[in-house]
Design a protein around this ligand. Structure first.
Ligand SMILES: Nc1nc2c(ncn2[C@@H]2O[C@H](COP(=O)(O)OP(=O)(O)OP(=O)(O)O)[C@@H](O)[C@H]2O)c(=O)[nH]1
Ligand SMILES: [Mg+2]
Length: 354
């Protein structure tokens, strides 16, 4: 069984040294104890129902199922096995480019007789999957000198932007950071209400101007309010938009531009949220959004349930943009700091994970 603690990188967390390594499980709405990133690991198997960890959430992934099946058959070390691995990876949305590179490399190594048996080859596969993700496993660091440290979340409709903000609010509050949210999705009245509900749940102030307000003005006002109160982190929500909607993409650029009048460092993080079930379309989304604003981090959501998960590899290979967090459910605690080894081990069947 993989331990999240063992994998957790110290720099990924903002720990209080005296924090215990593990928190007792709490019901979802109970006030959370002081937490840090690796406390998410308390969501391991023994935790309360619904508070499961990576592995439980991702074990239904296409990669886990198809590779698990392959491995159980104790296959011969041959081209047919590589073909099956190739199919498993492509089916799981890893992408043709990444899959071909990976399988070609395994084939070359197999020909050189580097692997004694299929188990050896699977170990090499695991290592290569981790190697694709290592360069993008760069947790978001909140610069304590930037008050406020400004995060703008962007992405297409329904990918999980507002939910991710809610989860981040919970996380930052648990780290005892002061926080403010800006309701920059002024398209729908419900969007403001949704953010306000997350704010109330986490006891966080939400700056809103109501429906149809200029989102750039909302963000600007929120910045000034946060600055005058010395708030540490400001997170701005934005309306979902299709990457093909030129006018709306322009509006996004304006939000970033207006915030940038405060200082060239603002916003400090442009966090693009991707629905992990989207498949290869995620690539077009990131390309189009990055062409408009400097996307500095990604969050891949909905990696629980039916998610295929493989798109994470395709994104890593194509853009090299840090993947900050993974969303593995709808609850406030269902956000994980992204970590290459933990993610790969959660995707792979138990028998293959180290
Ligand atoms: N299973 C699962 N569902 C998620 C996750 N993140 C978000 N959702 C769900 O996805 C749906 C859309 O989430 P929102 O946060 O409203 O998405 P959004 O990007 O803000 O949507 P718009 O503002 O309409 O563009 C909601 O039903 C969320 O509960 C996740 O990690 N896992
Ligand atoms: Mg939203």
């Amino acid at each position: 069984m993989v331990s999240w603690f063992r994998r957790n990188k110290p720099e990924a967390a903002a720990p209080a040294p005296s924090d215990p390594p593990q928190q007792p499980a709490t019901p979802p709405d109970a006030p959370a104890p002081a937490a840090r990133d690796d406390d998410f690991a308390s969501a391991a198997p023994a935790a309360a129902p619904g508070k499961t960890g990576w592995r439980q959430r991702l074990s239904g992934s296409g990669i886990a199922r198809s590779l698990g099946g392959l491995f159980r058959r104790n296959p011969a070390l041959d081209d047919a096995l590589l073909d099956e691995i190739e199919t498993a990876l492509i089916t799981a949305d890893v992408g043709v480019g990444a899959t071909t590179a990976l399988v070609d490399d395994l084939r070359a190594r197999m020909r050189k007789r580097e692997f004694a048996d299929a188990a050896d080859l699977f170990k090499a596969l695991r290592a290569e999957l981790v190697a694709i993700l290592e360069p993008v496993s760069k947790p978001l660091q909140i610069d304590g000198d930037a008050r406020p440290f400004v995060i703008v979340t962007i992405g297409v409709n329904g990918v999980g932007k507002t939910t991710t903000i809610g989860k981040l609010a919970r996380k930052f509050r648990d780290e005892n950071r002061s926080l403010m949210l800006a309701a920059g999705d002024t398209f729908r009245a419900a969007a403001v209400a949704q953010l306000q509900a997350w704010g109330e749940r986490n006891d966080v102030q939400v700056v809103a101007q109501g429906q149809n307000a200029d989102p750039a003005a909302v963000a600007f006002d929120a910045y000034q309010a946060a600055q005058s109160r010395g708030v540490e982190v400001l997170i701005a929500d934005t309306a979902g938009r299709l990457h093909t909607q030129g006018g709306l993409m322009e509006e996004l650029a304006k939000i970033v531009r207006v915030l940038g009048k405060q200082s060239s460092a603002v916003p400090h993080e442009i966090l693009m949220v991707i629905d992990g079930t989207t498949g290869q379309n995620a690539i077009s989304q990131v390309r189009a959004f990055s062409a408009k604003v400097p996307v500095s981090g990604l969050v891949v959501t909905k990696l629980d349930g039916t998610a295929k998960g493989g798109v994470v590899f395709a994104l890593a290979r194509e853009f090299g943009i840090p993947i900050r967090y993974a969303g593995i459910g709808e609850r406030p605690e269902d956000l994980r700091v992204f970590d290459a080894e933990t993610f790969v081990d959660a995707l792979l069947p138990d028998t293959l994970a180290n």
